[in-house]
Design a binder for this molecule. Structure first.
Ligand code: CP
Length: 354
């Protein structure tokens, strides 16, 4: 090793989705009532969020991101139980980072076999114990039903951080937060501003895509068209029962395509994901599709990816202005700070008008 090669730059480059959150903050008027209501809900699905609630969460996230040092204590004396029974880089660490930054304490379980579950304890009993030990639970479990088995016994809120192939609602909120930071004018229907979004993925198989489409469809005024780009192998089970109809009923115009190269030059946002969890393992879809710096993207198009990435997203895009996936992951910390604060009845500490 050359000891002269150990320095690094602390400053971020001026591309990579570096939109300042204040622009989004300015276009949304505060209405804290929608945030206060979040104290009495578990977070299970993207379906739970209406337009007003999402806008208030994005506003609060932007306020925190604009001045994080101001929000170092709202969760003092609150304990998070972070239970991740499936691998995670971003979700677990960003939830835990969010809680720490807000001044709270954390108990983390990363392997269910270290709990009574390994001895056959039922999830309802585990939940009953969680009531005594913490103020909020974040759960990732490859079993879709675990969340629901715990919910009935819980008297503290639980957040679904990914339940099998079903949903990942806080990822979707983070995706929407990134889009609105990029183009704040999309928030308001009166601006008549629309984008064309391409989703490279399988809505029926990918929890991130399923939740993203639910949240996106709450803002139909902002979507000119949604194009689902898929390979031939996924055609038969692209959508789950009623999934496409539900999105269309909310006002989203949907088309499908297997021709990535011809669609790419028409898209403002490209959302790509390739991993789908199924049972105890994951599958990789869409091996036919790859985005690289040479892909025929619109000059101002942005790429979103929930990550982790595989071959579908080339690293040569990281140093281009299309890269909003790193900003998407970074913004998730602030979005989760906003949500967590509200869920444990501390919204009044972070809203301006109580
Ligand atoms: N986006 C996401 O869920 O990433 P992790 O699997 O790393 O949590």
């Amino acid at each position: 090793m050359n000891v002269n090669d150990v320095s690094f730059e602390r400053e971020r480059p001026d591309v990579y989705g570096d939109a300042h959150p204040k622009a989004l903050l300015r276009v949304i008027q505060e209405d804290g009532d929608f945030l206060v209501k979040l104290a009495n809900q578990h977070i299970v699905s993207g379906d739970q969020f209406d337009q007003d609630t999402m806008k208030q969460l994005f506003r609060l996230a932007a306020k925190i991101e604009s001045n994080p040092k101001r929000f170092s204590s709202p969760l003092q004396n609150k304990i998070l139980i972070s239970a991740f029974y499936e691998p995670s880089t971003r979700t677990r660490l960003s939830f835990e980072s969010a809680w720490h930054r807000l001044g709270g304490d954390i108990m983390s379980i990363t392997d269910r076999s270290t709990t009574g579950i390994a001895k056959g304890e039922c999830l309802a009993d585990v939940a009953e114990m969680f009531n005594n030990y913490g103020d909020c639970v974040v759960l990732r479990d490859n079993n879709e039903s675990s969340l629901f088995e715990m919910m009935d016994a819980l008297r503290i809120p639980i957040i679904n951080a990914g339940n099998g192939a079903d949903e990942h609602p806080t990822q979707a909120l983070s995706d929407m937060y990134a889009i609105f930071k990029w183009r704040p004018e999309l928030v308001d229907p009166a601006n008549n501003s629309k984008i064309r979004i391409g989703v490279i993925g399988v809505p029926n198989k990918m929890r991130t895509v399923r939740s993203f489409l639910k949240c996106l469809s709450v803002f139909p005024h902002a979507v000119d068209e949604l194009v689902i780009i898929h390979d031939e192998a996924s055609t038969a089970d692209l959508f789950g029962a009623g999934q496409r109809e539900e999105l269309e009923a909310r006002g989203i115009k949907i088309t499908t395509s297997t021709e990535l190269e011809s669609i790419l030059p028409t898209l403002d946002v490209v959302y790509i994901n390739a991993i789908s969890w199924e049972g105890d393992t994951f599958n990789t879809y869409g091996s036919a599709f790859h985005l690289t710096a040479k892909s025929p993207l619109k000059e101002n198009a942005i790429i979103l990816h929930p990550l982790a990435r595989g071959e579908e997203l080339a690293t040569d895009l990281d140093h281009t202005a299309h890269n909003w996936y790193f900003s998407q992951a970074r913004g998730a910390v602030f979005l989760r700070m906003a949500l967590l604060t509200c869920m444990v009845e501390r919204a009044e500490r972070v809203i301006d008008v109580v």
